[in-house]
Design a binder for this molecule. Sequence first.
Ligand SMILES: O=C(O)C(=O)[C@@H](O)CO
Ligand SMILES: [Mg+2]
Length: 270
Amino acid sequence: MPRFAANLSMLYNEVDFLQRFAAAASDGFTAVEYLFPYEHAPEVLAAELSVHKLQQVLFNAPPGDWAAGERGIACLPGRQAEFRDGIARALDYAAALHCPRVHVMAGLIPLDQSAQEVRQTYIANLRFAGEAAARQGVNILIEPINGRDMPGFFLSRQDQAHVLVAEIGLDNVQVQMDLYHAQIVEGDLSMKLRQYLPTGRVGHLQIAGVPQRHEPDLGEVNFSHLFNVIDELGFDGWIGCEYRPARGTAPHATRDGLGWLQPWVTGNAT
Ligand SMILES: O=C(O)C(=O)[C@@H](O)CO
Ligand SMILES: [Mg+2]
């Protein structure tokens, strides 16, 4: 049976961030992920996890200057020192939160650098991150993101991510396969799952309805079918529920949209 984690950056925006842990637990989630922990002290987050009996399964490394439009710095020549500091900070949080995965965003392609320089920078940075993370038993994830939501992002396709992971050559550097982005960029999701999950190189899945990034039962993708495929393939990782509830921030907006999840937590899925 697939295991679902609540993405607290997108779900439960009807309450403040620190209240989202309780909300997720009371809706039956046993695991959470979110983009960035850095506004809160690790012990504050660890206490929320502990009180609500939640596992932290994923968060992101520092992405550079997010407010200024940066979306990661891994592919940016000249930013290696900042990248390394960010990985150290992320790994400190991972230790405090007992989190086994850190997503490292690639960044937007810098137009004033050669493609070769950008690619080599990315590979060297990911090797650094992977080696540092391996020393504390953490996996580093890389995620292809669609170019409509993030124009110019370095990584957009599953095949590109798998080629890079092979070249980086570390067992603990894996792909975060977000089926929302994958549907927008390339489609053919059942076959892509059948191609990539058996490689053991997919460390985490994420979902959202397409095209509006609402609940997975809204939109063009048949997620019930995909959950059965994921189950059949024996994927034993987590599926992050990374969507914006269609009811927005109305009271109980997230809970009221969780009908799609019920068959998968009660064992009544078909
Ligand atoms: O946007 C996504 O999809 C993510 O998984 C984030 O971590 C990056 O924005
Ligand atoms: Mg994602």
